[in-house]
Design a binder for this molecule. Structure first.
Ligand code: ADP
Ligand code: ADP
Ligand code: MG
Length: 497
């Protein structure tokens, strides 16, 4: 097993990976940009080294810098987390070339799966159902493209081959809009991914997003760890995820799981990955893409399977056999993850930056919080404004919803605006409770546009001012003593360089 692993990431995922490394007796090496100098992940890691600069491009996207640090400090392996360099085949290859293990699949697999056109072709051959569509050279001209779209049937979706993070997609309702949409998608894809290739897909109306966690090892074994339903999305970005999906029967679950394992085997997949599908209203499922990394929402799977996915990633990366086979894996109870963001739902979800004047997490049985912030942390403009992931486990879905709502009510964040009230509105909606989810759930029920419930902002401001002045301040809504918690400096020794 590795002795020293560098985490090429920041925030909650860096802290989460460090926790498993330390459990396994492996030294966790962190990195930090200038704005992250005092971040939680720096204190959590056993060693931490600076990446001078502020923006992601200057810091967490500097592959060569990670390799240099790894060589200098005797690191055996690099865990990329998610985002940043996690799906960058050049970085994975550079690690291998430098004799450092990249904790993830082979570079060639990352490359092929990063191209949605290649991925769809590969899985069509492997017998995995894919969304009907067309791909090819758009230079065939608009008349030919109109013919292809008519064959697919409107509405169609123009997607970027290199797409990710919901970017580079355009829905086209009718033929007269096709040319403009293709040009726009090509422009956006070119700017975002440096690759303007697009393809056309049938646009499925109000589908569910249901994905399967897969895991493979270098000895050709592959299993799935069931599904996560991620239909609650805003701009194609997931907000709430859960497992099991309320839409799957045991038969459909087995079928989707088998399809995902077939996909994994078709590409010789090693390490953790996710096969994303959309599920239409008649129960047909179609392959969307493979994410070749640990997913943001992986804790939901960990809670229902009682497995540590990062531990399994390390084992497989070190050349060991998968620590579980399919028969070992069971899905027990129900888990829901809410992504807590520093953003203002009432103002178009603008990121809200500032200092966390108060930050108190809910506690209780079945509550897991993955975070990279604490009392006093700065939320900067430079990175993703996700503060924490609240993951609640209970025996049934109803209990998990109730537990999540209670936990959100007790989650105190002051100094920045959060989406906590918004998340509460979603979980409290009768259609959410009924499990009637689809990817336009939020628009259909106009949840984002409803005024935020809970504490009036004036009360929060008053409490934050009181707190700053060092007086004892009770939260206006929850009524418990927020001043009881100490300043963040008391949270642990500085473990920087
Ligand atoms: P998940 O299901 O893990 O949330 P996402 O597609 O939302 O997957 O991506 C996870 C993280 O990776 C997010 O921070 C997202 O912004 C980032 N990301 C995804 N694809 C890309 C990409 N092509 N380029 C840059 N960042 C990306
Ligand atoms: P990304 O790489 O940006 O995550 P995906 O292909 O995974 O791109 O799609 C992201 C989201 O866009 C899906 O979760 C779904 O909500 C929507 N979507 C993608 N393809 C289709 C489609 N053919 N029909 C309807 N919705 C789709
Ligand atoms: Mg996706």
């Amino acid at each position: 097993m590795f002795k020293k692993v560098l985490i090429a990431n920041r925030g909650e995922i860096a802290c989460r990976i460090a926790a498993t490394l330390q459990e396994m007796g492996i030294t966790a090496v962190g990195v930090y940009s200038d704005p992250d100098r005092r971040a939680m992940h720096v204190r959590t890691c056993d060693e931490a080294y600076p990446l001078p600069g502020k923006t992601s491009a200057e810091t967490y996207l500097r592959g060569e810098k990670f390799i240099e640090l790894a060589k200098l400090h005797g690191v055996d392996a690099i865990h990329p987390g998610y985002g940043f360099l996690s799906e960058n085949e050049d970085f994975a290859q550079a690690c291998h070339d430098a004799g450092i293990t990249f904790i993830g699949p082979a570079p060639s697999v990352i490359r092929d799966m990063g191209d949605k056109i290649i991925a769809k072709e590969t899985f069509t051959k492997a017998g995995v159902p894919v969304v009907p569509g067309w791909s090819g050279d758009t230079a065939i001209g608009i008349d030919a493209l109109k013919k292809e779209s008519a064959k697919i049937g409107y509405p169609v979706l123009i997607k970027a081959a290199a797409g990710g993070g919901g970017k580079g997609m355009r829905v086209v309702q009718k033929e007269t809009d096709l040319a403009v949409a293709i040009e726009a998608a090509q422009r956006e894809a070119g700017a975002a991914f440096g690759d303007s290739r697009v393809f056309i897909e049938k646009y499925i109306t109000n589908p569910r997003h249901v994905e399967i966690q897969i895991f493979g090892d270098s000895q050709g074994n592959a299993v799935h760890l069931f599904e996560r339903e991620c239909s609650v999305q805003r701009r194609h970005q997931k907000i709430i995820e859960e497992s099991p999906s309320p839409a799957l029967t045991p038969e459909l679950r087995a079928k989707m799981g088998d399809a995902a394992v077939a996909a994994a085997k078709a590409i010789g997949y090693s390490n953790a990955g996710t096969v994303e599908f959309i599920l239409d209203q008649s129960g047909n499922f179609y392959f969307l893409e493979v994410n070749t990394r640990l997913q943001v929402e992986h804790p939901v799977t960990e809670m229902v399977t009682h497995r540590d996915l990062v531990r399994a990633q390390l084992a497989v990366a070190a050349g060991e056999k998968l620590p579980f086979n399919q028969a070992d894996l069971k899905q027990e109870g129900h888990a829901i993850e809410c992504r807590i963001y520093a953003e203002d739902a009432a103002r178009g979800f603008l990121p809200s930056i500032g200092t966390l004047e108060r930050y108190i997490e809910p506690r209780g049985p079945g509550i897991r919080i993955d975070t990279g912030v604490s009392h006093g942390s700065e939320v900067s403009v430079y990175y993703d404004p996700m503060l924490a992931k609240l993951v609640c486990w209970a025996r049934t879905r109803d209990e998990a919803i109730d537990k999540s709502i209670r936990a959100l009510d007790r989650f105190v964040v002051m100094g920045v605006t959060t989406n906590i009230a918004f998340l509460r509105d979603v979980l409290s909606h009768p259609e959410f409770r009924a499990g009637n989810l689809h990817t336009h759930f939020l628009e259909q029920h106009a949840i984002a546009t409803s005024p935020p419930g809970g504490v009036p902002s004036e009360a929060l401001i008053a409490a934050a001012i009181a707190a700053r002045l060092g007086r004892r301040a009770a939260t206006p809504s929850q009524g418990f003593d927020v001043a009881a918690i100490g300043p963040w400096e008391s949270a642990g020794p500085w473990r920087g360089p």
